[in-house]
Design a protein. Structure first.
Length: 313
């Protein structure tokens, strides 16, 4: 568990590789909230984090989900079952899928297969509807007098919210503020890239969500993938530029027979070039390997977006 001060702790959920997927514990006056949970297999780690913070399951008032993708919320149902006083705070588009996860399970199983679903995510448990607070735009969670503001933040997903914490002058960003892995940190700071994973990438909405967060003048961002970044304005500019370039890449290869492979290769070249320009000394092959999952998912998301836009143009 990483202590970031201001009662904020990052918990490595153990998904995929170390320092890849984080859930957050926010503590105020002996009360606690989780922001995201990771997968079902992360639940023991979250319980251990509570104990390490000298808290009990009865001290948790909220489980706030940025969105319901399984690396963020797959363990929410199992976690809620262990928290007698907690409310689940979920975007209105995401809440039905946590109350009845059958469509989530079916969709993910269709993509990954039943064996991989069991290996990576485990069984999804529903959350009782009576324990769910639907977080419309500007919904405020009161954590022992500490306001946590939930803001609608589409672009990565239409059911995405981000959480502003005025005390730490920070956002918990889920995937809206991109991905920043610590392996790519240099003396220039963190390297960051957008995530366009399927199926609801919308570039204009993502640009707008990033700018809306900047309007709060945040001094730090807490990313699910992975940890805290403080170079907020520079990273935001990098995200904006890369979103535009990724859209250009998708359009350049829109009609290619081997569209998926071409987009993947171009994305890999983009990210390798930008990491090198950032001062990263890792070999290009290692950069591509570390980003392999994200390159694949970003290519898929761009292709879904291409297909949607072609139908409406």
């Amino acid at each position: 568990m990483i202590d970031y001060d201001d009662g904020i702790y990052a918990i490595d959920t153990g998904f995929f590789r170390p320092n890849f997927d984080a859930a957050y514990l926010v503590v105020e006056n002996g009360r606690a909230a989780f922001v995201d949970t990771g997968t079902n297999y992360a639940v023991p780690r979250l319980l251990d984090a509570l104990a390490e913070a000298n808290l009990d399951v009865g001290d948790v008032d909220y489980v706030i989900l940025t969105h319901v993708h399984l690396d963020h919320a797959g363990g929410a149902g199992a976690m809620m079952a262990k928290l007698p006083n907690a409310r689940a705070v979920i975007h209105p588009r995401g809440a039905p899928h946590m109350i009845d996860p059958s469509r989530l399970i079916a969709g993910a199983t269709a993509v990954y297969g039943a064996e991989e679903m069991e290996r990576s995510y485990g069984p999804l448990q529903p959350i009782d509807a009576s324990c769910v607070d639907v977080a419309e735009d500007n919904h405020t969670v009161d954590l022992a007098g500490r306001p946590l503001l939930c803001i609608d933040a589409p672009g990565h997903a239409r059911h995405h919210l981000v959480v502003h914490d005025a005390k730490s002058r920070a956002f918990f960003t889920g995937d809206t503020f991109g991905l920043s892995y610590r392996e790519f940190d240099t003396e220039r700071g963190p390297y960051i890239l957008p995530t366009t994973s399927p199926v609801q990438f919308e570039p204009a909405a993502l640009h707008a969500s990033i700018d809306r967060m900047l309007g709060f003048d945040p001094q730090q961002m807490f990313l699910t993938h992975f940890g805290r970044i403080a170079d907020v304005r520079r990273c935001a500019a990098d995200l904006h530029g890369q979103i535009d370039r990724m859209v250009e890449i998708a359009r350049e290869h829109a009609h290619a027979e081997d569209r998926h492979d071409r987009i993947k290769d171009a994305l890999g070249s983009l990210y390798v070039g930008r990491t090198m320009a950032h001062g990263c000394t890792l070999p290009s092959a290692e950069v591509r390997e570390l980003l392999a999952m994200d390159i694949e998912l970003n290519a898929q998301g761009l292709e879904v977006w291409l297909d949607k836009t072609s139908k409406t143009s």
